[in-house]
Design a binder for this molecule. Structure first.
Ligand code: PRP
Ligand code: ADE
Length: 179
């Protein structure tokens, strides 16, 4: 049954070779978002996993920008708040920032310094884990705020890029895995 639901999700992810640059096989989630059953299934599966695994979560942190498609919906399901980890220059007030490399580029992430308090338990959400550069930067931001990262959760994990290894000791959870 879980297998059938995962297969539906797999059918709603489109591969595009050489986007946004040569050598990258882009995993496009727009069909998944367009199908309400598939979109709901993603949120159902992440909600069930987090409820079973973590008795107390203070916040969901969504990663700019595709993490924003899932983070806030999931936070609502769990009845908790959502905080935003954004690309540089988007957040007002005092911020912490970390620069990082990703599968096809270089960028900088920020969080507002008062987004979470020391000791608060946070689950990070993004659509996809590739090299882990983005998620690793998000973990560093949480470390700067002295928050506790319970888990890094993604819809898609590109296993061959070894993002989960880069993220150690933080646990990674993914619904779909590709080589
Ligand atoms: C994509 C994706 C992840 C990240 C994964 O975001 O949504 O955030 O790359 O790659 P990594 O594991 O190698 O860091 P992108 O930076 O393309 O921005 P977007 O979400 O604004 O499209
Ligand atoms: N972000 C980083 N690598 C990606 C890929 N291969 N497909 C979709 N989003 C990505």
């Amino acid at each position: 049954e879980l297998g059938a639901r995962r297969r539906l999700l797999e059918e709603r992810v489109r591969p595009f070779p050489d986007f946004p640059c040569p050598g990258v096989l882009f995993r496009d989630i727009t069909p998944l978002l367009k199908d309400p059953i598939a979109f709901r299934t993603v949120v159902d599966l992440l909600e069930a996993h987090l409820k079973a695994r973590y008795p107390q979560i203070d916040f969901i942190a969504g990663l700019d920008s595709r993490g924003f498609l899932f983070g806030p919906v999931l936070a609502q399901r769990l009845g908790i708040g959502c905080v935003l980890i954004r690309k540089k220059g988007k957040l007002p007030g005092p911020t912490e920032s970390v620069s990082y490399a990703l599968e096809y580029g270089q960028a900088e992430l920020e969080i507002q310094s008062d987004a979470v308090e020391p000791g608060e338990k946070v689950v990070l959400i993004d659509d996809l884990l590739a090299t882990g550069g983005t998620m690793c930067a998000a973990c560093e931001l949480m470390k700067k705020l002295k928050a506790e990262v319970l888990e890094c959760a993604v819809v898609i994990e590109l296993k061959s890029l070894k993002g989960a290894e880069k993220l150690k000791p933080f646990p990674v959870y993914s619904l779909l895995q590709y080589d």
